[in-house]
Design a protein around this ligand. Structure first.
Ligand code: 13P
Length: 211
C-alpha cells in the first residue's frame, strides 16, 4: 500500500475509534509502518480530527523527519516493532473498560484479560500488565522489550491498553476486541462466568494463527 493510502486509512480508523468512544480528547496514539519508517499520530492530537499531511513521520532510526511532533509514546510503539517481526501497526488507547481493568491491583500480571471468549484469545492472546510509569517514559519501551516479543498486547497499569498487529485494520479490530472483553468482564464481575479451559485455549491456538 502506498504511503498516501496508508495516511488516508490511518485518519479514517482513528476517526472511527474516536467517534465510537474508544478514545476521548487527545488520548491515544496510533502508528503504522511504511516502507522507509513509521507514521505516528502527533502528540496532543485528537484521533477524531487528524490531518493526513501533519501526521508525524520517523525514519527507520526513529528520527522525526516530517509532520508535527510525534506522540510522546513513540518509545512504546517502537519497542513492539523492534521485538515482534512482522508488526505493521500499534494502537494505544485509553478506552474506558480496558483502562478501568488496568487500575485493578488483583490483575494477573502475566495475563490481565481472562479467556472469556474465543475471539479475545484468537485476536489478542495473552495480555501482560506492565507496572505504572508516567506517559512518555522511555522505561515503557524497555518493559515491552523485556517481553521479547512474546505478546502482541499489554495493559499499562492505571493507563490503558496497547495492541500491535500485522496491519492497521487487524490491530484496530484487536484493540476493539480487547476493550469489549474488558467490558464483559465488568458486566460479569458479580457472577462467576465460565472461562475457556486451557485445552480450549490451546485448541484455538492450533486452529487459528495468533496476531
Ligand atoms: P500523545 O498525545 O503524546 O500521543 O499522548 C497521548 C497518550 O495517550 C498518552 O498515553
Amino acid at each position: 500500500m502506498s504511503e498516501a493510502s496508508t495516511r488516508t486509512l490511518l485518519v479514517r480508523f482513528a476517526r472511527s475509534l474516536f467517534e465510537r468512544g474508544y478514545s476521548v480528547g487527545s488520548a491515544g496514539n496510533i502508528s503504522v509502518a511504511v516502507e522507509d519508517g513509521l507514521l505516528i499520530t502527533p502528540t496532543n492530537s485528537c484521533l477524531g480530527f487528524l490531518d493526513e499531511a501533519r501526521i508525524s513521520k520517523l525514519d527507520r532510526e526513529g528520527r522525526h523527519i516530517s509532520g508535527d511532533a510525534p506522540s510522546k509514546e513513540v518509545f512504546l510503539h517502537r519497542a513492539f516493532y523492534e521485538t515482534r517481526p512482522g508488526t505493521g501497526a500499534v494502537v494505544h488507547l485509553h478506552s474506558t473498560y480496558a483502562t478501568a481493568l488496568s487500575c485493578l491491583p488483583e490483575l494477573d500480571p502475566q495475563d490481565g484479560i481472562a479467556p472469556l471468549t474465543p475471539y479475545v484469545v484468537m485476536r489478542v492472546g495473552k495480555v501482560p500488565v506492565l507496572p505504572y510509569v508516567r506517559p512518555g517514559d522511555p522505561a515503557m519501551g524497555d518493559m515491552i522489550r523485556q517481553l521479547q516479543g512474546a505478546c502482541a498486547a499489554v495493559l499499562l497499569a492505571n493507563h490503558g491498553p496497547v495492541v500491535s498487529g500485522k496491519d492497521l485494520s487487524s490491530t484496530v479490530y484487536a484493540a476493539e476486541e480487547l476493550e469489549e472483553t474488558a467490558k464483559l468482564l465488568f458486566l460479569l464481575r458479580d457472577r462467576q462466568p465460565r472461562l475457556l479451559t486451557p485445552a480450549q485455549v490451546e485448541e484455538l491456538g492450533r486452529a487459528f494463527a495468533k496476531p
